[in-house]
Design a protein around this ligand. Structure first.
Ligand code: TXA
Ligand code: MG
Length: 339
C-alpha cells in the first residue's frame, strides 16, 4: 500500500495535516517531510525504536549516523555535550538553513542516532513545514534524506513515494525543494572546523564566518566503516540506475551523446546552457539544461536524475562542470553518481 500523501501549503501549513504527522511521530512512526534541501524521512530523534525504523526503511547500515533536526540553536545546544565557539558563530549566521553542525553528543542523546559515535549532527531546517512540525512536536526529529540507501535524494513528494513506498506512513507534500541538494556538513567538534560534506550552503559563505575551515581535497573519500565518516561521503551514493559519463566541453558532450544515440542507446544529455537543436532528439536523445549557476544547477540535478531513471535512460552524458570551489558540492554528487 502506498503511503498517504497530504498536500500542505508551505505559506500556511494546515493544522490538521501537522496534527496527523505529530500523532504518527508520537507513536513512533515515520513521516516524510519537505525541507529546503531535500525531503527527509523523519522520526523522533530521542526514541531508539523510531531510529531503528528509519535505518530499516532506508536499508541504511547502522554505521551511518543521522542528522537531528531542531527548531533552532537553543534546542541544538541541548543535544550537545559542549557547544564550541565555531558552532555558536555558524549557528548565529546560518540557522535556520542548509547547514549541519557535528558537535560533541550529550549523554541524553541515544547512541543510535550517532551510530555509536561521540558526536551528533544537528541542523535547523528553514522550510516552513519542517519548522512548523518541529514546533508542534516540541522535540527534535532525526531525518536522513527520504530515499533508499545509495539512491538519489528526493526533491519532490513523488520521488519519496516511488523510492520508499509503504516504508513511510505519511508524506507531507510541500512541493519541490528550493535548494535541491543536501545541507553542507561541518564538524565543529574538532579545531579547526572541518568540512565533511559539501552541500547547499557554499564553502565561501562558511569561510566568511570561519576563515580557518579545513576543506579536504576534492574527491577525498572517507571509508564507510568509520563511524565518524559522513554517509554522504561513500564513493557510491546519490546514484541513478543509468550509467553516467562526464565529458569535458559542451560540444564534445553533445557529440558523445549523439554517438550513443546512433548506436541505439537511450541517452540523456545534461548541459548548463542551451545546445543547438538536433535531429537526434527524436532518436532517443533528450537534452536537459540545468543552468549556469551552481544554485540553479543544484535545484535541477536530482530531479533530472530521477526523471532519466523513470524514462529508462541507459546513459547520461554530463557536460563537465568548472573546477571552481562554488561547484564543489555538485561535482561531488556527480562523481558519486558515476561511481
Ligand atoms: O539536507 C540534508 O542534510 C538532508 C535533509 C533531509 O535535512 N538530510 C540528509 O541526511 O542529507 P542524510 O542522512 O542523508 O545524510 C547525513 C549526513 C551525512 O553525510 C553525514 O555527513 C552527516 O549527516 N552526519 C550525521 N551524523 C554525523 C556525525 N555524528 N558525524 C559526522 N557526520 C555525521
Ligand atoms: Mg542521504
Amino acid at each position: 500500500m502506498p503511503p498517504r500523501v497530504l498536500v500542505v501549503d508551505p505559506q500556511h501549513p494546515d493544522e490538521g495535516a501537522l496534527g496527523e504527522a505529530v500523532a504518527i511521530l508520537r507513536r513512533g512512526g515515520l513521516v516524510a517531510i519537505p525541507t529546503e534541501t531535500v525531503y527527509g524521512l523523519a522520526g523522533r530523534a530521542l526514541d531508539p525504536a523510531a531510529l531503528a525504523r528509519i535505518y530499516e526503511a532506508k536499508g541504511r547500515p547502522r554505521t551511518h549516523p543521522l542528522i537531528a533536526h531542531v527548531e533552532g540553536e537553543a534546542q541544538a545546544q541541548r543535544l550537545a555535550d559542549r557547544w564550541p565557539e565555531a558552532a555558536a558563530l555558524l549557528a548565529s549566521h546560518f540557522f535556520p538553513g542548509p547547514l549541519t553542525l557535528v558537535v560533541p553528543r550529550a549523554s541524553t542523546v541515544p547512541a543510535e542516532i550517532a551510530a555509536g559515535g561521540a558526536t551528533v549532527a544537528v541542523r535547523a531546517p528553514s522550510h516552513p513545514i519542517a519548522r512548523a512540525l518541529l514546533v508542534a512536536l516540541g522535540e527534535p526529529l532525526a531525518a536522513p534524506s527520504a530515499n533508499r540507501y545509495q539512491s538519489v535524494s528526493p526533491t519532490t513528494a513523488a520521488h519519496v513515494v516511488r523510492g520508499l513506498g509503504d516504508a513511510v506512513e505519511l508524506v507531507l507534500d510541500g512541493g519541490a525543494c528550493t535548494h535541491g541538494i543536501e545541507s553542507t556538513v561541518v564538524d565543529v567538534s574538532v579545531t579547526p572546523p572541518r568540512l565533511l560534506r559539501p552541500g547547499a550552503l557554499s564553502i565561501a559563505a562558511i569561510r566568511a564566518v570561519v576563515p580557518d575551515l579545513v576543506v579536504p581535497e576534492e574527491g577525498a573519500v572517507v571509508s564507510a566503516s568509520e563511524v565518524r565518516a559522513s554517509p554522504g561521503l561513500d564513493a557510491r551514493h546519490y546514484a541513478p540506475r543509468a550509467h553516467v559519463e562526464i565529458v569535458e566541453g559542451q560540444d564534445a558532450a553533445f557529440r558523445r551523446a549523439g554517438e550513443l544515440a546512433v548506436a541505439g542507446k537511450k541517452v540523456a544529455l545534461l548541459v548548463r546552457s542551451p545546445v543547438r537543436r538536433s535531429m537526434l532528439t527524436g532518436l532517443g536523445m533528450s537534452v536537459s539544461i540545468l543552468g549556469e549557476s551552481p544554485a540553479h544547477y543544484a535545484t535541477q540535478l536530482f530531479a533530472t536524475l530521477h526523471e532519466a531513471d523513470d524514462r529508462g535512460v541507459d546513459v547520461m552524458v554530463v557536460e563537465a562542470l568548472p573546477a571552481h570551489e562554488d561547484w564543489f558540492a555538485i561535482r561531488d554528487r556527480l562523481r558519486r553518481a558515476r561511481a
